[in-house]
Design a protein. Structure first.
Length: 353
């Protein structure tokens, strides 16, 4: 049997890689790296990442590992990480995972780097995200909602800490269905919907806890075990649910409990909540909200696109959302360096608004 030289093997691998669709993860944070690793594991995409220089150095030393809820790990030993938008040239599919606060600066720049037929998938939190993209870009923009949390558990290690299927806008293209299939092969299920606004609002309902968690400074599980924090979250959710009923807007449900019953569940006494909401507490004991991460790192938060979005929706309807407005104000104060916290007693005081 003839031997095959290393150069021949490398050329063959390069040829196979060149034939694969190019998937670029733009904004390689916890969610972007997690999804990128799973897509690369399928062998159906040539995956690269765009992130900060520190990430590129970390990737060179540790690689990337995506850890599932069952602690199963998927490893990408030599991820291709770039620090410039130049890496977008030639991309077939872009998974845009930057925070919503970065879009105004980022989107106008993308026109110079993307082909007209490059497909973009927007992963941001918030509502009306596709409309925002289309103000700047002629490319086709799809929407995907990531309802689970991913935390950076160590150098190059991205651990999923909660569950729920991703939701994608319909109709999906061939490339998008290929990506869904690739993620599914790593046990990350996807669901398609024609009402992406309902999916955005359903995710917004869950994200209203991000500010409470960021302000109290506790891990999510520990925070949810304290009734005053749950009552405050229930009140913030009630404001959004009332708005949606008033404006006849649908909300996709990401939990086994119907959206309308979530505030009822959250208001239960601690012991009863612990028993009935066992699945809600089935999260990594150290998991925290991404907003907490941003405040700790001194980065801008998404508060205007989460609780602030509820306030904006209320103003459009001629209504108020005092609890969400109060949370917006507290997070903004903390962003400005003020010594702001949220104790259980302070949470109860907010409920009087």
């Amino acid at each position: 049997m003839p031997s095959v030289s290393n150069s021949q093997t490398d050329n063959k691998a390069a040829a196979i890689g060149a034939a694969l669709p190019r998937l670029v993860v733009l904004g390689a944070g916890s969610i972007g790296c997690y999804l990128g690793v799973l897509a690369a594991q399928s062998g159906r995409f040539q995956v690269s990442f765009i992130g900060r220089e520190a990430l590129a150095l970390e990737a060179a030393v540790y690689g990337f590992t995506a850890q599932d809820l069952d602690l199963r790990c998927h490893t990408l030993g030599s991820p291709a990480v770039f620090t410039s938008l130049e890496a977008l040239r030639g991309a077939d599919l872009v998974l845009c995972a930057v925070k919503a606060v970065a879009l105004n600066e980022l989107l106008p720049q993308l026109v110079d780097f993307l082909r007209p037929d490059t497909e973009i998938i927007a992963l941001q939190n918030g509502v009306a995200i596709q409309t925002w993209y289309q103000q700047f870009l002629p490319q086709q923009v799809a929407r995907a909602i990531v309802p689970f949390n991913v935390v950076k558990a160590g150098p190059g290690l991205y651990a999923r800490t909660s569950g729920a299927a991703m939701v994608w806008s319909e109709p999906a293209t061939v490339l998008q269905r290929q990506l869904m299939s690739a993620l599914s092969s790593a046990d990350l299920t996807s669901a398609a919907t024609e009402d992406i606004q309902a999916a955005e609002l359903g995710k917004l309902l869950l994200n209203l806890n991000n500010a409470i968690n960021a302000l109290c400074g506790l891990p999510l599980r520990e925070q949810l075990m304290q009734r005053p924090y749950r009552q405050l979250l229930a009140g913030a959710m009630d404001e959004l649910l009332r708005l949606c009923r008033r404006r006849k807007l649908g909300l996709h449900s990401y939990t086994k409990v119907p959206n309308r019953l979530l505030p009822v569940l959250l208001r239960l006494p601690d012991g009863l909540f612990r028993v009935i909401a066992r699945s809600m507490l089935d999260i990594n004991p150290q998991a925290r909200s991404s907003m907490w991460d941003d405040l700790q790192a001194g980065r801008p938060t998404e508060i205007d696109y989460l609780n602030g979005a509820v306030v904006a929706l209320a103003e459009e309807a001629g209504l108020t959302a005092p609890l969400n407005q109060a949370l917006v104000s507290l997070v903004r104060q903390k962003q400005q360096g003020q010594a702001v916290s949220l104790t259980p007693q302070q949470a109860q005081q907010l409920l009087a608004l």
